[in-house]
Ligand binder design. Sequence first.
Ligand SMILES: [Zn+2]
Length: 346
Amino acid sequence: MDLESLRADLEQLRERALERIAASTQPDQIEQLTVDLLGKKGELTLVLRGIGALPAEDRPRVGAIANQVRQAIEAALDERGRELRKGAVADRLRDEALDVTTPGRPIPRGAYHPIAQTLARIADVFGQFGFVVYESPEIEDDLTNFQMLNIPRDHPARDLWDTMYVDIPEHLLRTHTSPGQIRVMHAEKPPIRALLPGRCFRYEATDAAHASEFFQVEGLMVDEGTTMADLRGLLDQFAHALFGADKRTRFRPGYYPFTEPSVAFDVECLICGGRGCPACSHTGWMAILGAGMVHPVVLQYGGIDPERYQGFAFGMGAERITNLRHGVGDLRLYLENDLRFLEQFR
Ligand SMILES: [Zn+2]
């Protein structure tokens, strides 16, 4: 090892070091280069190990050159490091910029289920005629669900309701909202104007028109001098409010054990306007609900004197009404919780 080759090594080291520093692109590369070039085991230290083999008079000259190389490398590291850090800060400022003019993210807004909307609409219409909403239990006793509604245990009319029992024979899931009539009559004195919306249950095979779980709305009016004409007028107002004031309506004979006489209430077909089409089975009419004058026996079970008071009752399926309002053809959609369906009713 002589002075000239050591000097040449140092020059080469400086040259290569400056190239690597200039080529670096990240601040942490500068930190790594500082260690690699100037650290205790760095390249400059390695080269300077040769200094011990030189004659004593040459050593200070090599030391002076080595100092220049070190200072040049330090200066380059320092400058490039500052450049890169500035760039990194600029990058972060750009990447993490907060645009305060960006519109906020909307919070998704919920909506009432279409059945709930229909129940609210029905309550709204009848509410204008003084009807008050009552609640009635979903688990009923046989007495209230059937017997007090003039359907004894052995009565063939029980075949109309495929019943799900909680414990046989006393408790069951109510098959209709009609037992609410009895509960209201026990709780209130005439005049009574009650509306009883709620969930009902029957042992049914599910298809587009049947479900084992569904909603009904029951109405009950009891007062002195209540007649079929009052019932007809009220139901006309209801049909006109929901389906349009120009819609014709009709009564036709029906059968329920707890009303006498009983009727079915129809509105003219909403699709064809009464001319006849597949939607109305070519009759021109669509059934909305069943109704009738409360059977005197039922009034008696309700603790009301049928000689003094008369009443009418009506009951409708909320799914049916919702189908007619919105043109839905399959009531299974209401309980499937498919948002693509439900979001149409916002
Ligand atoms: Zn029709």
